[in-house]
Write a protein that binds this ligand. Structure first.
Ligand code: ADP
Ligand code: MG
Length: 258
């Protein structure tokens, strides 16, 4: 352990809805550059945890440290500006726009003078102020995700898997340091799934991005995520390497009955 602050540290997080406790003192860390898995049975509190981390919901208690500052309770756009982003399903209005328009209109991270920075070289350290530059960055992203042939297609006409690629491409237009993905492989065929995982690992290796992934497909989690964090009844039940988690009795009990 280097003693360095991890990008994300969640401390004793709580979220109550009336009498329901969705998150009940969850604490965990996500290491820099990792692809960390977050699993747990239905109702364990995974989505609520994501919502509290990204400012979509205000936690009832606890702290969320991103790069050392407590961001709990801040507005979603303030959190995006700090470089922490989650993917969102393409909403109805966006489904009627083309793939190209979806990326052109993606929210942009405001960093000082910077209006726009792409995640992809050669724009990584540049400031994009002109629409032509934005257009170039968008095309670069379309090519990176291999959806450039779909640029003029309405987003609503994409397959489930292509839509997932677009959602990830959109989130990346904000030039994040860390991405939270909630079931990004749902409805994705194996070919596109492999492609998405390739892209994620490429972004980790080349851009140093950090990923926290909620996924119900245990094969994906066990094959690609390290470490794996297990939530149950609103708190963290176990954390470890995939092999440890697979053989953890408490985890097996949490999934297959009490
Ligand atoms: P997961 O994503 O792990 O399936 P959730 O975070 O969606 O779990 O839900 C955790 C618990 O909180 C569940 O019991 C769920 O019914 C409850 N819950 C989630 N959101 C709300 C809400 N907005 N109002 C009331 N209860 C909620
Ligand atoms: Mg969920």
């Amino acid at each position: 352990d280097s003693g360095e602050e991890p990008p994300l540290r969640v401390e004793n997080l709580r979220k109550e809805f009336g009498g329901i406790t969705a998150v009940d003192g969850a604490s965990f860390e996500v290491a820099d550059g990792s692809l960390t898995g977050l699993i747990g049975p239905n109702g364990a509190g995974k989505s609520t945890t994501f919502n509290c981390i990204t400012g979509v919901q205000e936690p009832t208690g606890g702290a969320v440290y991103f790069n050392g500052s407590d961001i709990a309770g801040r507005a979603p756009n303030a959190i995006v500006n700090r470089g922490l982003v989650r993917t969102f399903q393409i909403a109805r209005e966006l489904a009627e726009m083309t793939v190209l328009e979806n990326l052109m209109l993606a929210p942009q991270r405001q960093q000082g003078e910077a209006l726009y920075r792409s995640v992809l070289p050669p724009f990584r350290d540049g400031v994009i102020e002109e629409e032509t530059e934005l257009r170039e960055a968008v095309w670069e992203s379309l090519e990176f995700f291999e959806i450039d042939h779909l640029a003029e297609e309405q987003a609503g006409n994409l397959s489930g898997g292509q839509r997932k690629l677009l959602e990830l491409a959109r989130a990346l237009m904000t030039d994040p340091d860390m991405l939270l993905l909630d079931e990004p492989f749902a409805g994705v065929n194996p070919t596109l799934e492999a492609k998405l995982l390739d892209r994620i690992n490429q972004l980790r290796a080349e851009e140093g991005l950090t990923f926290l992934l909620v996924e119900h497909d245990m094969d994906i989690i066990m094959e690609h995520c390290d470490p794996v964090i297990v939530m149950h009844q609103g708190h963290v039940l176990a954390e470890g390497r995939p092999g440890e988690i697979r053989n953890n009795e408490r985890v097996v009990d949490a999934y297959f009955g009490e």
